[in-house]
Design a protein around this ligand. Structure first.
Ligand code: PLP
Length: 399
């Protein structure tokens, strides 16, 4: 044994995410006595619904506290399967958050040197999860002028004999782009020419679309169901981020492989949290529409602020709860205390110091020249933070 800790090769490429770096910078600033508003984290500011909390309390009182079945409780697996046309409970794996579902899926299927194609901008964790599994991330950029939609020709150009998965995310974190049924069909047509490549579709923001219908890959591409993993969960829709319940829906052989991984990883998902998730999925659903409306109002409020900022360009997101803006026109600009803004991190650090607001650098999402705002915060915080940001941005001396 070496005397000092030496990290395993598999984590050597895993970076500390920009989200963590910005959160730590914000914490340091708070410790100095500043009131910092976080528009960094992707977490609804609502409470978990009461009936969900009560189901968890009942589970505790009923002593539902033994080791759960590894792949999930039958009632919850059935409730999830019922959401996906033709799916059986055996095609469902319940995990400790959909992030772990994604890790499970990749751990169960990837070998060293395999490739996973991911359209960028993408959620920070994807690249690290894929690298952790020994595979290579193949980035396919998408562009604001095309609504951050994946171009089928660009996808085709990225595919190689080593491509094992295409990982898509609609509605998208960080861009809010939503893939309609037609776009999914275009993607399906490309994948039809690559029989060794499977489709992972992260649909965690399914219930948050604005002016466009959500389309699940499960429904649009039924011919691919034997080579597809849908990942979803209760975190975002039901304000249950801390309960850590997510699920995967896919062919039985994949689910079996993922169950093997989970057996040695977590032994299954907290029995109390599963009782809560079951109540969320089978209880009243009108809260989803109430919350969607509330996010829509906040999106429009944030866009109004951002569109009034000179040098900032922000497309209108059609889903999730993020805006993804370009600050390229201000690159090379100078702050009032004489610092030149070159990188996304420079820009976000300046906003933290000058506007006491945390925003996330685009580099963290493989899209230099941008920043992400999460509008899952209160209207008061959004108004205050964005007013402070506008003043900070107006004070930048243009290059
Ligand atoms: C795109 C995306 N997928 C998955 C997750 C993970 O969600 P959870 O693990 O809470 O289910 C997140 C959380 O931020 C996300 O933004």
């Amino acid at each position: 044994m070496p005397r000092h800790f030496q990290s395993a090769q598999r984590i050597s490429d895993v970076t500390i995410s920009d989200i963590v770096i910005m959160s730590e910078a914000a914490r340091a600033r708070r410790a100095e006595g500043h009131h910092v508003i976080s528009l960094g984290i992707g977490e609804p500011d609502f409470n978990t619904p009461d009936h969900v909390n009560e189901a968890a309390i009942k589970a505790i009182k009923d002593h539902d506290t033994q080791y759960p079945p590894i792949a999930g409780k039958p009632a919850l697996k059935s409730a999830v399967a019922a959401l996906y046309d033709g799916a059986t409970p055996e095609q469902v794996l319940v995990s400790s958050g959909s992030k772990y579902t994604i890790l499970n899926g990749f751990l169960a299927s990837l070998n060293d040197g395999d490739e996973v194609v991911v359209p960028a901008p993408f959620w920070t964790s994807y690249a690290d999860i894929i690298r952790l599994c020994g595979a290579k991330v193949v980035v396919v950029p998408t562009h604001a002028e095309n609504g951050f939609q994946l171009d089928a020709n660009d996808l085709r150009a990225a595919m190689t004999p080593k491509t094992r998965w295409l990982l898509i995310n609609s509605p998208s974190n960080p861009t809010g782009a939503v893939m309609g049924a037609e776009k999914l069909r275009e993607i399906g047509a490309v994948l039809a020419d690559f029989p060794d490549c499977w489709l992972m579709s992260d649909e965690i923001y399914q219930h948050l679309t604005y002016g466009i219908d959500f389309a699940s890959a499960w429904d649009v591409l039924p011919e691919m169901r034997d080579k597809m993993l849908i990942t979803n969960g209760v975190s975002k829709a039901y304000a249950m981020t801390g309960w850590r319940v997510g699920f995967g829906i896919g062919p039985q052989d994949l689910i079996k492989g993922m169950t093997t991984v989970q057996a040695q990883g977590t032994s299954g998902t907290c029995s109390i949290a599963q009782a809560a998730a079951l109540a969320a999925l089978t209880g009243p659903q009108d809260l989803l529409e109430d919350r969607r409306q509330s996010f829509l109002e906040r999106r429009d409020l944030v866009l109004n602020h951002l569109h009034a900022m000179d040098g900032i360009t922000t497309p209108t997101p059609e889903g999730a709860f993020y805006t993804f803006s370009s600050w390229q026109d201000l690159k090379g600009g100078m702050t009032p205390d004489g610092k030149t803004l070159e990188t996304d991190r420079d820009f976000c650090q300046y906003i933290l110091e000058a506007a006491n607001t945390t925003i996330i650098p685009g580099t963290g999402f493989a899209a230099e020249g941008h920043f992400r705002i999460s509008y899952a915060s209160s209207v008061e915080d959004l108004n205050q933070a964005l007013t402070q940001m506008a003043a900070a941005i107006a004070a930048i001396k243009r290059p």
